[in-house]
Design a protein around this ligand. Structure first.
Ligand SMILES: Nc1nc2c(ncn2[C@@H]2O[C@H](COP(=O)(O)OP(=O)(O)OP(=O)(O)O)[C@@H](O)[C@H]2O)c(=O)[nH]1
Ligand SMILES: [Mg+2]
Ligand SMILES: [Zn+2]
Length: 289
């Protein structure tokens, strides 16, 4: 049998076999290496006697690093404008990681009921100019949820974004499942943020995963001159630069800088690009020291 891993625990996994969800143990080689099985994996399952065993993992098309989820088709990167404050660098770090793993990124501006219309439009413009699909939502009023639901069909979708932007609440509103959201913990100690990773089956043969908002996100491991290829709106220009390893900083005959001057690349995206570039240059220096 073939199944999809919904969640991984220390000695077993929950696997969706299509008509039922079963608890599987690990077999043989995999028993010792259960940490190599990830949520989202497609696995071969056998059923000797009353139990279910995972026999092997089908080759993955990708693996999102944090949190580990395999075979992801798209990620909905959720942001708010003021609660919590907009952090475009956080959004761009995720988008760069997604481009690296060839996962389609969609920007979701949530809490539309609370936020300023002009500011929402400004952010939407930056990312649609960059080539990303954008959706404006409110998990409270339901605005835009139909558009999100349309994106789910037949796909493995991951929600990502800062803590408190409303990922769990959006999924709860969409799926009618009760996930832990920040507000439930009010009065208790601390906030009830999402800590685990699991897939939930969606109508129309898809899966959706909630993820925790990480306080720190590492940049992908690429060479500095490769970074611009993880920006969809830079790519077409970057191939035209005079220098093959152009960093698009101060070089002459740089097609990316020309595009920036012409307003074809959003300034906010370019600023974050420069910041990430410095990080990668520092990292490369340390590597060769
Ligand atoms: N007004 C308003 N509040 C929202 C909306 N979406 C979420 N919230 C609130 O924002 C808070 C955080 O929502 P969560 O869904 O827990 O946020 P999260 O992104 O899952 O956060 P982490 O699990 O910490 O990563 C909760 O109090 C939600 O009720 C929205 O569209 N409008
Ligand atoms: Mg959450
Ligand atoms: Zn250049």
């Amino acid at each position: 049998m073939i199944g999809r891993v919904l969640s991984v625990h220390s000695s077993e996994c929950k696997v969706d076999l299509g008509d039922e969800v079963v608890s599987c143990a690990f077999r043989g080689r995999l028993r010792l290496e259960y940490s190599q099985v990830h949520t989202g994996d497609i696995v071969h399952v056998t059923s000797p006697a009353d139990s279910y065993l995972i026999e092997g993992i089908v080759e993955r098309k990708n693996l999102l690093a944090r949190p580990p989820i395999a075979n992801v088709d798209q990620a909905i990167v959720v942001t708010a404008i003021t609660q919590p404050p907009l952090d475009l660098a956080y959004v761009d770090r995720i988008l760069v990681q997604l481009e690296h793993e060839a996962i389609e990124g969609v920007l979701c501006i949530n809490k539309q009921d609370l936020e300023d219309e002009g500011e929402i439009a400004r952010v939407e413009r930056i990312y649609s100019d960059a080539g990303y699909r954008c959706v404006v939502t409110s998990a409270v009023t339901g605005k835009g949820l139909d558009k999100l639901a349309d994106l789910f069909r037949g796909k493995v979708t991951v929600f990502a974004g800062q803590s408190g932007v409303g990922k769990s609440k959006l999924i709860s509103a969409l799926m009618g499942v009760r996930l832990l959201t920040g507000e439930l913990a009010q009065g208790l100690r601390g906030r009830h943020t999402t800590k685990w990773v699991s897939l939930i089956r969606t109508p129309g043969n898809g899966y959706v995963a909630d993820t925790p908002g990480f306080s720190r996100l590492d940049l992908v491991d690429v060479e500095p001159h490769e970074l611009s290829f993880l920006y969809p709106e830079f790519r077409e220009h970057a191939v035209l630069c005079h220098f093959p390893r152009c960093l698009h900083k101060t070089e002459s005959r740089c097609a990316v800088l020309d595009a920036l001057d012409r307003g074809q690349i959003p300034l906010e995206r370019y600023d974050n690009y420069l910041m990430f570039l410095e990080e990668l240059i520092e990292r490369a220096k340390k590597k060769y020291e």
